[in-house]
Structures are given as structure tokens and as C-alpha cells.
Design a protein around this ligand. Structure first.
Ligand code: KIV
Ligand code: ZN
Length: 512
């Protein structure tokens, strides 16, 4: 047993299965790069056999990421496994993660297979995969609700076939910490060759215990890999949250006695990137990454923290990437100061032209907003395609009129393939009017399934960050826009979503 806890991030696979959270290849690559900065050990990049889009996303990530192991999920059949191996060809370190359900309910009702058939298929899949790559993870889906004798039989057999990691999913979030921890412990004690594999936990959050269950799997069960997602993103109530599990193990090293490879200073940027990309807003009181996680509002707490910070703080805010909510730059700041601040925030722009474009946006913002916070800079660079190259739609300007008792109206100027168009409409409110003005020209027919506004730095002077989720012909996309004027931010978000709908990039299909 080693003393290192492996962090296996599945934001791009299990997290992405959350309805509405599907991402484009480029979005996935951006997040994968941030996960690499965070130094996660394994990135589950997708489910290569599930769609061409997912295959390409796994391939792109495998070809780009250098430090982390890149993994693809795969059902337990030769076709899926071959696709996974093909997509992972360019990876420095590749892992195939193959799974088949083992609970009586799943085998009988979903797979319509007998336990013996499942046993044979699991063995055959691992044997096949092991001929293609060395690093094989096997998951008995719905493992926690499986018969323990049967599970021992399957897991012993797949370890013999060469599985190097055994992951025990609580697929439906049914476990209780002590019981789950003991379940892992029992499996490890009863399976004769259990020491030949690394044991892993994978918990869903349906009863709000995914993090607690994972930690119990580590502490009681002896697991040395945790599968988790940024912000706990995932289907239904989500997965085990990476930031919580990591900070629990780090903060309570006295109890867990485990090392982590994670550079926790990149946690907050990862959280923001995932939230902005998917439109899944982080609740203010969310541990570690919520806006209030380190805010001490009560006078007694403030007094205590000022005298000695550990009176009320168990973690240092800066250790997870928070900086004091201070004014960092202003209108007179130059390009070098801006570039340096980007570096301090861990933001890596790919080219000088992107830095120039971001700096131009920064200057425009500084003209309208005297105080520029780190949050503003992060929002500014998180707008995709900073240089607006090759995008079909681009925002130019907007005017709107609203007055009590009158129907609001908006006129928007935007570019379509580089040519300016002007469109006007009325609406229920100024935001509605501006969206209708765009739609009356574009005629996308898309249905808006989410609209949300968030004040980036928490006051009325801050920029509004708007997420718009559009659905059309089975595709769901998110657009994000930021501006001190929330009507403009909304229009930008709508245009960004339309660009994604129009983009030729395959959407990555959510997996059932
Ligand atoms: O929750 C689950 O069972 C899974 C498996 C595919 C590992 O995500
Ligand atoms: Zn899962």
C-alpha cells in the first residue's frame, strides 16, 4: 500500500454526463489543460466509443496532455475497447477504463445477462484491453449494490487478467460512509490477489454523502484512488467533489496520513472554468470554492481572524487560489502589468494575439469600470475565442429603452460572418427584447433552457456574467458573456451560444 492518494478526475466524462453540461472538444481541452495545471494524476477525458465528437475529444486531450495519465471509458466489449485504445494512441500515459454492471438489478433488468455471462464478459474485456495498453481499470457498475460473493469472484478474475486498478462505484449514491468503507475493506480482505491492484472509490452524491463515502473508502477501506469531479459536477446530485476531497485530505493530513500530487492553488480557477463552461453555477456556501467559503461576515469572526487567522480558518484561502478581493489593475495599467497578473492567476493564453485581444478588452472594461478585480480578469479571458476569429456571430453594440408602463425595446448591431447587421425588437424586459432582436434576424429556432446572471465580484458595480443554454435538434450548448451592463452580457452570451450551435464541431453526446 502506498501513501499517495491518486486523484482521478472525471469532470470530462462522468461530470459531462449531467444533462446540459455537455462540452465541445475545445472546451474539454481547455479544462484538461487546467486539470494538468492542477496536477491531477488521471484525467478521464471521455467515452471514446460513444460518438465521433467524444472520440476526437479524447484523442485531442491524449495528444496534448503530457503529465497526467489520460483515460477513456469503455463498455466491456472489443469494439469499445479498440476505439478507446485508438483514441489514446498519442498519450504519454494511457489508461482504458472498462466497466460492466454486476448488481442483480442491473444484470437482470438492464443487461439481461446471467451472472455467469457477466463474469465471462468482464474477464474477456480486461484480457482484450490488456493486450492494447498496460494500464487497465475495471469497474463493476452498481458495485456497491452487488452481491459481495459474486463481486469477489469477478474482481479476483479481472485482476488475474491484468486489471491494475479496481474501482468500486456507488453508482446510485446509496452508500453510507461506514458501510461503504467496510465494503471496500471486505473486498480487499477476501480477494486473494487484491494486493495486485490499486483500489479506487467512485461515489455519487444522491444522499449528499459522496465526499464522506469516498473518504471512508480511503480511511476504512484502504482505497488509494478517488474518482471525483470539479465542483462535484455530474448527473443528478453529482459526483464526489474534487476540491472537497483534496482539501479534506490535505487539511487533515494528521488523520489521513496521505500525500497528494495536487497543486491546490489552481483549484479556484478550475472551479470557475467548469462553472462558466457548463453554466452550472457554484452555490455561495459551497465548501472551498463558494463565494462565501472564506468570507467572515460576523463581527466576532472578523475580530478573531484579524487577531490570529486560525481562530476561525482551517485552510488558507490563497492555498486554493483565492486572492483578496482587491483592486488589482486600473485604467492606467499597462500591457506588462496585465500580462503579469494573468501569469499570477495561472491563466495561460496561447498566443500574443490572444494576449493583445484580452488586453484590448481589459482597456475597454477599465474605461467603464474604475476598479478591476481578479474576477473581472478571469471572466474576461474566459470568454472563448478571444480574437473572435472564424466565429459566425460577433457582438458590436446595443441600445435599449425601458420605462415603467412601457414595453421595452432593444436594437442590436452584430456581425454575421464579418458583416454588420442591425436588428430591433420589443420584449417583456430589455434582456428579452435584445434576445428577440437577435433571434428575429438569425432565426435559429433554438429553445432557451437556461438563463442565469451572476455578479462577478458581488456588488452592483461588478460585471454581470450571463449564461445562456440553448437546445436545438437534440444539441445543448452553453454561451457565456460578461459586461457591466447585463443586457449587453446577455446578448453576448446568446451570440456565443449561437456560435456553438452553428459550429461544425460534433457535440459530445451525454452517456446513459
Ligand atoms: O457511476 C458509475 O458506475 C460510473 C461507472 C461507469 C464507473 O460512472
Ligand atoms: Zn459515475
Amino acid at each position: 500500500m502506498t501513501d499517495k492518494l491518486i486523484i482521478f478526475d472525471t469532470t470530462l466524462r462522468d461530470g459531462e454526463q449531467s444533462p446540459g453540461a455537455s462540452m465541445t472538444r475545445d472546451e474539454k481541452l481547455r479544462i484538461a489543460r487546467q486539470l494538468e495545471r492542477l496536477r491531477v494524476d488521471v484525467i478521464e477525458a471521455g467515452f471514446a466509443a460513444s460518438s465521433n465528437g467524444d472520440f476526437e475529444a479524447v484523442q485531442l486531450i491524449a495528444n496534448t496532455i503530457k503529465d497526467a495519465t489520460v483515460c477513456s471509458l469503455s463498455r466491456a466489449n472489443d469494439r469499445d475497447i479498440s476505439r478507446a485504445a485508438e483514441a489514446l494512441k498519442g498519450a504519454n500515459r494511457a489508461r482504458i477504463h472498462t466497466f460492466i454492471a454486476t448488481s442483480p438489478l442491473h444484470m437482470e433488468k438492464k443487461l439481461r445477462m446471467t451472472p455467469d455471462q457477466v463474469f465471462e464478459q468482464a474477464k474477456q474485456a480486461v484480457r482484450f484491453a490488456r493486450n492494447l495498453v498496460d494500464d487497465i481499470e475495471f469497474s463493476p457498475e452498481d458495485g456497491y449494490r452487488s452481491d459481495v460473493d459474486f463481486l469477489c469472484r469477478v474482481l479476483e478474475a479481472v485482476i488475474k487478467e491484468g486489471a491494475t486498478t479496481i474501482n468500486v462505484p456507488d453508482t446510485v449514491g446509496y452508500a453510507i460512509p461506514e458501510l461503504y468503507g467496510n465494503f471496500i475493506k471486505t473486498l480487499r480482505e477476501r480477494i486473494p490477489n487484491s494486493d495486485k491492484a490499486i483500489w479506487s472509490v467512485h461515489c455519487h452524491n444522491d444522499l449528499g454523502m459522496a465526499v464522506a463515502n469516498s473518504l471512508a473508502g480511503v480511511k476504512i477501506g484502504g482505497a488509494r484512488q478517488v474518482e471525483c469531479t470539479i465542483n462535484g459536477l455530474g448527473e443528478r446530485a453529482g459526483n464526489c467533489s474534487l476540491e472537497e476531497v483534496v482539501m479534506a485530505v490535505k487539511t487533515r493530513r494528521d488523520y489521513f496520513g496521505l500525500d497528494l500530487g495536487i497543486d491546490t492553488r489552481h483549484i479556484l480557477a478550475a472551479s470557475r472554468m467548469v462553472s462558466q463552461t457548463t453554466g452550472f453555477v457554484v452555490q455561495p456556501n459551497k465548501a472551498v470554492v463558494g463565494a462565501n467559503a472564506f468570507a467572515h461576515a460576523s463581527g466576532i469572526h472578523q475580530d478573531g481572524v484579524l487577531k490570529a487567522r486560525d481562530t476561525y480558518e482551517i485552510m488558507r484561502a490563497e492555498d486554493v487560489g483565492w486572492t483578496a478581493n482587491k483592486i488589482v489593475l486600473g485604467k492606467l495599467s499597462g500591457r506588462n502589468a496585465f500580462k503579469q497578473r494573468l501569469q499570477e492567476l495561472g491563466v495561460q493564453l496561447d498566443s500574443e494575439s490572444e494576449i493583445n485581444a484580452a488586453f484590448t478588452r481589459f482597456k475597454e472594461l477599465a474605461d467603464r469600470k474604475s476598479e478591476i478585480f481578479d474576477e473581472d480578469i478571469l471572466a474576461l479571458v474566459s470568454e472563448e475565442n478571444l480574437t473572435n476569429e472564424k466565429e459566425q456571430y460577433g457582438f458590436v453594440s446595443l441600445s435599449q429603452h425601458s420605462e415603467t408602463g412601457e414595453r421595452p425595446e432593444a436594437t442590436i448591431v452584430f456581425t454575421v460572418d464579418g458583416k454588420e447587421v442591425r436588428s430591433a425588437s420589443e420584449g417583456n424586459g430589455p434582456v428579452d427584447a435584445s434576445m428577440k432582436a437577435i433571434e428575429s434576424h438569425v432565426k435559429s429556432g433554438a429553445e432557451m433552457v437556461l438563463y442565469s446572471v451572476n455578479a462577478i465580484s458581488g456588488s452592483t458595480e461588478s460585471q454581470g456574467e450571463v449564461t445562456v443554454r440553448l437546445q436545438n435538434s437534440g444539441r445543448v450548448v452553453n454561451g457565456v458573456g460578461a459586461d457591466p451592463d447585463i443586457v449587453v452580457a446577455s446578448a453576448k452570451a446568446y451570440l456565443s451560444a449561437l456560435n456553438k450551435l452553428q459550429s461544425k464541431a460534433d457535440r459530445v453526446a451525454a452517456q446513459g
